[in-house]
Every structure is written in C-alpha cells, then in structure tokens.
Design a protein around this ligand. Structure first.
Ligand code: 5GP
Ligand code: MG
Length: 183
C-alpha cells in the first residue's frame, strides 16, 4: 500500500492546512518577538512533538535565544495517562533564565503544568509556555498556555509533530483521526 493510501485510511479530514499553519506560526512569532524582546531567553522544546513546530517558530523569532530540549511523555496511545515522565535538560543553561517551553499541543494541561514546575525547580527565573495547538474545553488542571498558534476541536489530531501511534509527525498539515479508529 502506498503512503497516500495508508494515510487515507486514517484521516477524517484536514483540520489545519499547511498554508494556515505557516500563517499562524508567522503571526505567533511576530507577537512573541514583540513581547519577549530584551529577555534572557532559553527556548526549550519538548521532544518529539515540538518538531517541526519549533524550528519553524525559531525562524520567526527575531530574538537572541539559546535552544535546548527536554523529553516528557504523558500519553500512551490516544489517552492521557495523567502522569508525566521527564527526561533531563542541561541545568546550567536555564538557571536564572527566562525559559520558553514549546510543545505541540495542550490537552488536559498536565504536561505543561508539570514541566513548568520542573523548570522552576531547576532554577528558571520565569517559564513561559507556547504550543502549536490548543484543544478547546479539555483542561483537567488549572493551567493555560501563554502562547498558542491555533485552536483545535476536542478530537484526536495528528500531523506536523503530532503522532498517530508514533507515525505521521512528518505531515505538513494537521488532520483529525477517523472516529472508528479513535479508541
Ligand atoms: P496534556 O498533558 O495537556 O493532556 O497533553 C499534552 C500531550 O499529549 C501533548 O504533548 C501531546 O503529546 C499529547 N496529545 C494531546 N492531545 C493529542 C492529540 O490530539 N493528538 C496527539 N497526537 N497527541 C496529543
Ligand atoms: Mg507531547
């Protein structure tokens, strides 16, 4: 089966097109550039979902920034496990700095809340959170992302960094998964 045939079996519809993504990221970069000017910034990307969002966003930030990565996962399959496993970040580089934490999507809010706490515990002066997509009406904890490129409905979405069972992060758009595949 070709890549396209296989993809067609999973995609219900394209939610955010490549063109819309580019436009939203450009606008977000412009806003962040304006807001964060003069700050001592470390952009920390959450692997693996922050790719390709982070590199695209970085190109729109007209700011002096350091770039770092952290690993965390709260999802197993399609359901949030409610627990966050954190992999290390270089401590030295965030002490006393303004950290901009970048993830693919905010859903329950647990991941960003836990990660923010972790970064503060490790010496960050300030933590600002930024996501490509924000799910509407799904927060389970009192936490909101500071910056969001776009909003998506409460469906399982994939593409552009968001995976479906590990695959399709390389799609240049965001799609919703077919209802019958949603567990
Ligand atoms: P939260 O902790 O806010 O519930 O979830 C954040 C993480 O769950 C994201 O970093 C992302 O990996 C994953 N996630 C949440 N919703 C979706 C979704 O619709 N599709 C995919 N692929 N991942 C999601
Ligand atoms: Mg993630």
């Amino acid at each position: 089966m070709t890549f396209d045939d296989e993809l067609k079996r999973s995609v219900k519809k394209v939610i955010v097109s490549e063109r819309e993504l580019k436009k939203a990221i450009k606008a977000l970069g412009k806003k962040m550039t304006k807001d964060l000017e003069g700050e001592d910034l470390v952009v920390v990307g959450l692997l693996t979902g922050c790719i390709p969002f982070l590199p695209d966003l970085l190109k729109e930030l007209k700011l002096k920034v350091l770039v770092n990565y952290i690993q965390a996962s709260s999802y197993e399959g399609q359901e949030s496990s409610g627990k966050v496993k954190i992999g290390g970040v270089l401590k030295e580089s965030i002490v006393g700095k303004h950290v901009v934490l970048v993830d693919d999507i905010i859903d329950t809010g647990v991941t960003l809340k836990e990660l923010s706490k972790y970064l503060y515990d490790n010496g960050a002066k300030k933590v600002t959170t930024c996501v490509l997509a924000s799910k509407i009406g799904t927060r389970k904890v009192d936490f909101e992302a500071d910056y969001k490129a776009l909003e998506v409905p409460n469906e399982f979405v994939f593409g552009y960094g968001l995976d479906y069972d590990g695959y399709y992060r390389n799609l240049p758009y965001i799609a919703a998964l077919k209802d019958e595949l949603y567990k």
